[in-house]
Design a binder for this molecule. Structure first.
Ligand code: AMP
Ligand code: ZN
Length: 113
């Protein structure tokens, strides 16, 4: 079976890629919940935030920088956007390769569901 997002990285699963650099890949979510909904993933497989170690500090920082670049590139940075990372079952994590949801293009509500 393997990891779905590792398969996206290896181009075994198609994705609508909007940004790529040495450390991260960004592609459109197949079930968007906002006018702009992109997932940013590290090229290194890390299953979840709760698996992070100090050695991952640079990797996770690069993912956040990539998310910021995606927001700029897609033009949602001026009005505001939301970054979401679900961790574990109660948070609704369904894919076990860290991904930052970049959400924008509409007014967000708080608290999140
Ligand atoms: P989460 O529930 O936080 O783990 O988010 C997983 C996200 O991945 C969901 O928003 C799904 O819609 C999205 N997703 C699942 N499979 C794919 C895929 N093949 N390509 C793009 N997005 C996907
Ligand atoms: Zn993976």
């Amino acid at each position: 079976m393997g990891c779905l997002f590792c398969n996206v990285l290896e181009k075994k699963v198609p994705a609508d890629v909007v940004y790529e650099d040495e450390h991260a890949l960004a592609f459109k979510d197949i079930r968007p919940v906002a006018p702009t909904h992109v997932l940013v993933i590290p090229k290194k497989h890390i299953a979840a935030i709760h698996d992070l170690t100090d050695a991952d500090a640079t990797t996770i920082g690069q993912v956040m920088i990539a998310a910021k670049k995606v927001a700029e590139q897609l033009g949602i940075h001026a009005n505001g956007f939301r970054l979401v990372v679900n961790d574990g079952d109660e948070a609704g994590q369904t894919v076990h390769h860290i991904h930052v949801h970049v959400l924008g293009g509409r007014t967000m509500t708080w608290p999140p569901g």
